[in-house]
Design a protein around this ligand. Structure first.
Ligand code: CTP
Ligand code: CA
Length: 235
């Protein structure tokens, strides 16, 4: 019977998870976006909630249906955001009371330096091309790691187009160090797995660059491995 009972090993934990891709306005009707489906973050939220945690899922733009299951879960609350700046505000607020924070969202790295109140028109253009000035968005994960409370676990995700396993690990180690995270889940999207696909192939490293887990499987299976790694760190 114990085998049939759901795991409740995250019982009592409060977690904040981000998912989806931010959209940065260029003018009132256009934006810069990315292809994140939001499904991996939704799976991370569902896995935590099924294991007993209370979850806030901060969701930027996601594919149709990606949040359907999460929206029905009694322990998941969904907060919608659009831009990197909005996502930062929501995550800063939710992280304040959280035991674990997982940044799965594909946060835009750049936003338009100036957003006009009116639609850009070819009539106003100076020549045949258009040059958009972009500025960096805030690095949400770095900020969350800097303001980490005692006992709080900070997890980042990184999709890399790496040239093989060694390159993936090297990139992941540099990123984990730069971000100051406790765990980084690195995913090689150069091959068949990753964005928009059902299965993932990941390596989980800690802040010191040690490999703590490897996993291949569905987004839900990856999510459960990530929570296992969080629990191991907290033990
Ligand atoms: N991230 C973030 N804020 C940003 C950019 C990224 O919080 N402005 C988070 C992502 O949610 C993810 C992690 O940082 O958890 C790694 O994202 P990634 O895009 O791989 O890292 P970058 O630092 O943006 O590096 P790169 O130049 O490789 O895109
Ligand atoms: Ca990036």
């Amino acid at each position: 019977l114990a085998l049939l009972a759901p795991r409740a090993d995250l019982d009592g934990l409060i977690v904040a998870v981000s998912t989806g891709g931010t959209r940065e306005p260029i003018d009132p009707v256009r934006f810069l976006g990315n292809r994140s489906s939001g499904r991996q973050g939704a799976a991370v939220a569902l896995a935590a909630a099924d294991r007993g945690a209370r979850v806030v899922l901060v969701a930027a733009h996601v594919d149709d249906g990606a949040l359907a299951e999460a929206a029905l879960h009694p322990r998941i609350r969904i907060e919608r955001v659009n831009t990197a700046v909005e996502l930062e505000a929501a995550m800063e607020r939710e992280a304040a009371g959280a035991d674990a924070v997982v940044m799965v969202a594909a946060v835009a790295d750049y936003r338009a330096a100036h957003v006009p109140d009116r639609k850009l028109s070819k009539e106003d253009a100076e020549g045949p091309g258009l040059t958009l000035e972009l500025v960096r968005t805030p690095d949400v994960l770095v900020g969350l790691a800097e303001r980490r409370r005692g006992g709080q676990t900070i997890v980042g995700f990184a999709a890399e187009t790496a040239a093989g396993e060694d390159d993936l690990l090297a990139r992941a180690r540099r990123k984990a160090a730069r971000k100051g995270v406790d765990l980084l889940v690195a995913n090689d999207v150069a091959g068949a797995t990753g964005f928009g696909t059902a299965d993932n192939d990941v390596v989980v490293i800690d802040g010191a660059g040690e490999v703590v887990a490897r996993a291949r499987g569905t987004k839900r299976e990856i999510a459960d491995v990530v929570w296992g790694a969080v629990l191991t760190r907290r033990a």
